[in-house]
Design a protein. Structure first.
Ligand SMILES: Nc1nc2c(ncn2[C@@H]2O[C@H](COP(=O)(O)OP(=O)(O)OP(=O)(O)O)[C@@H](O)[C@H]2O)c(=O)[nH]1
Length: 605
């Protein structure tokens, strides 16, 4: 058995926090490379961002971890454990748990861009955990770099001293040695109890087809050894430790993890639910009394129905979602049926990005063609003399005639940082999105931070896209949940030939219902082919029609184009028409092409 016990004073556990694109992954790669953790020839760019999708989107979705050995100027060799964190608001809870596994964080700020909204969100999380924050000003090689301005921003906006900020260029390798020295100097060594009862924090996990669940832990107190019997606090399930070790960067079995260490544990379990982020691992023989603070179950914020385009794919879709769930305790699903779309699944996601990733993976990795219904949030329904319940599907929205009903919706508090020329446009957008103004402050002479409280449903709809187009991509945005508030909300039905099409119904604020209904009705008029009878398309609020279009009758004769006796061509056309029909959904007496669903469900107002 290989022993790898490093005393606590030689350990440094840290994360890198940064706004998207400020260079977190490039910097991590540099640290790994410069310490010879990975041979240069094995170095592929952005080692830590391992998923293809992450590489493509250029963002970190799943946290990774690596142990780096660094011989410092004081002659001692330190064990640096770098815990990568996801860079998106959807995963804020995961970020907070990764930070909880550290004593310090490198705050990376782009020297040309300055402090952005996401920088703020993450740095506050780190300060809440009492981490030592080491400012790093990156991309100093850029001609537009303005180190002094960024230094001032870090001090004024975040409120931490930046006179000793490390200056780096992750791209050209400048300042990497200084950064390694700063990690050793400023980030405190762990100071945990080595012989207390085992207490380890789960900060991530993933499922491996051959080895089962790999659990990423930070040992707080005590020791984990191969062969130990351990227990998961929230589920009370017990396991034998089959293997444990560190990431360097592949899994490297050391078979012992002492207090202050970061590494992995394999028990052979196949259930990710025994390895939930934030949960505590303890020993069966000598358990700790209380779990570590801060654990909560992953909570879905955004919901949508996923339906296979071909009904034959239903079972494949179920299997694929189950497989993805093996690796993702925050993905929930249950079977659902829609009159219009057939059999599918109602899924819960942490946020829009999470949803986009799952849908994209189902398409790419599992080769399933699918339609997703418009994303919805969770509403709280209060009826007189009934306990409160929640709904996330417009189908379950209470109809009229049910006495006094109060509907509450989730709200967020959002911070937007923009160049000052865009302040007016952004504030107008926030008002349109039912935002409640909180504050506006200038960060420096060029940029402002605007804070609004807004309904999450509006963010989910199309806020990012709108914000991007109004600010030419210069705005950065971050938000946190602040609870539920009552809203004047209604359900809008879309009727085709008098029949409601469930997949198109939506919940909206009364003031927006008509405009959104109108857009869908107009879109459907364009897409649904004329048929042999007139088809009214209507948006309705209960019995009240709020928008209407009519598709005029038309007798479609595809063979009319073929003159003479070209029988084979006629046959081909008829076959084509038949195949086209398969892709139609029958709603009452009307056939709606699949693309109508896709284009309406993709539609934002
Ligand atoms: N000029 C210059 N470019 C850099 C430097 N560091 C990173 N970049 C570039 O900036 C872009 C973003 O870098 P990443 O390392 O992917 O950024 P990130 O912060 O990891 O992004 P997320 O994973 O989305 O959080 C890439 O195109 C890098 O090549 C630097 O020091 N100088």
């Amino acid at each position: 058995m290989r022993r790898n016990v490093v005393s606590q004073e030689l350990k440094r556990n840290f994360s890198i926090i940064a706004h998207i694109d400020h260079g977190k992954s490039t910097l991590a790669d540099r640290l790994i490379q410069s310490t010879g953790t990975v041979a240069d020839r094995d170095m592929q760019n952005q080692l830590l961002d391992s998923m293809d999708l992450e590489k493509e989107k250029g963002i970190t979705i799943k946290a990774n971890t690596v142990t780096i050995n660094y011989k410092a100027n004081d002659g001692k060799t330190y064990q640096l454990n770098l815990i990568d964190t996801p860079g998106h608001v959807d995963f804020i809870y995961e970020v907070s748990r990764s930070l909880a596994a550290c004593e310090g964080a490198l705050l990376v700020v782009d020297a040309a861009q300055g402090v952005e909204a996401q920088t703020l969100a993450n740095v506050y999380l780190a300060l809440e955990q009492d981490l030592e924050v080491v400012p790093v000003i990156n991309k100093i090689d850029l001609p537009a770099a303005d180190v002094e301005k960024v230094r001032n921003e870090i001090e004024d906006v975040i409120g931490i001293p930046a006179d000793e900020a490390v200056l780096t260029s992750a791209k050209s390798g400048i300042g990497i040695e200084d950064l390694l020295e700063a990690i050793v100097k400023f980030i405190p060594a762990p100071a945990n109890s080595e012989d207390g009862p085992l207490k380890a924090l789960i900060f991530d996990s993933h499922f491996d087809d051959y080895r089962g669940v790999i659990t990423y832990v930070r040992v707080v107190d005590g020791t984990i050894k191969k062969g130990d019997k351990i227990k998961i606090f929230s589920t009370n399930h017990q396991f034998d430790v089959l293997e444990c070790g560190i990431f360097s960067p592949g899994m490297n079995p050391t078979n012992i993890l002492t207090a202050g260490s970061v590494g992995y544990v394999i028990t052979g379990t196949k259930s990710i639910h025994d390895s939930q982020v934030g949960d505590t691992v303890t020993s069966v023989k000598n358990p700790c009394e209380r779990p570590l603070e801060g654990y909560r179950k992953a909570q879905s914020m955004v919901f949508a129905g996923l339906y296979p385009i071909s009904t034959d794919d239903y079972e494949d879709l179920r299997e694929a979602i189950e497989k993805l769930q093996l690796n993702d305790a925050s993905l929930t699903f249950e079977p659902e049926t829609s009159l219009a779309l057939g059999f599918g699944f109602r899924c819960g996601f942490l946020g829009l990005l999470h949803m986009e990733i799952i849908v994209e993976r189902l398409r790419r990795e599992y080769d399933i063609d699918l339609i997703s219904t418009s994303p919805s949030v969770e509403y709280r329904i209060h009826k007189e003399n009934e306990p409160m319940y929640t709904i996330d599907n417009p189908e379950d929205f209470p109809g009229g005639g049910q006495g006094k009903v109060i509907v509450e919706e989730p709200y967020i508090k959002g911070n937007i940082i923009v160049p000052k020329d865009y302040v007016g446009g952004v504030m107008e957008l926030c008002q349109l999105k039912r935002g409640v103004y909180v504050s506006m402050n200038y960060i420096d002479d060029t940029r402002a931070m605007i804070t609004y409280e807004m309904p999450l449903a509006e963010i989910v709809l199309d806020f990012y896209d709108k914000l991007k187009s109004r600010t030419k991509g210069y705005a950065s945005f971050e938000y946190e949940m602040i609870g539920y508030r009552p809203g004047n909300l209604v359900k809008v039905n879309i009727l085709v030939s008098g029949e409601p099409v469930d997949a198109f119904s939506f919940i909206a604020h009364t003031d927006h219902a008509q405009a959104r209904g109108r857009i869908i009705v107009e879109k459907l008029k364009e897409i649904i082919p004329r048929q042999q009878f007139e088809i009214p398309i209507q948006a309705a609020l209960g019995a009240k029609i709020i928008a209407r279009e009519t598709i005029r009758a038309f007798r479609k004769n595809v063979t009319a184009k073929c003159y003479g006796g070209d029988i084979s061509r006629k046959k081909k056309l008829l076959e084509k028409q038949k195949a086209g029909k398969k892709r139609m959904k029958q709603i009452g007496n009307v056939e709606i092409p699949q693309e109508a669903f896709i284009s309406v469900l993709k539609l934002s107002d």
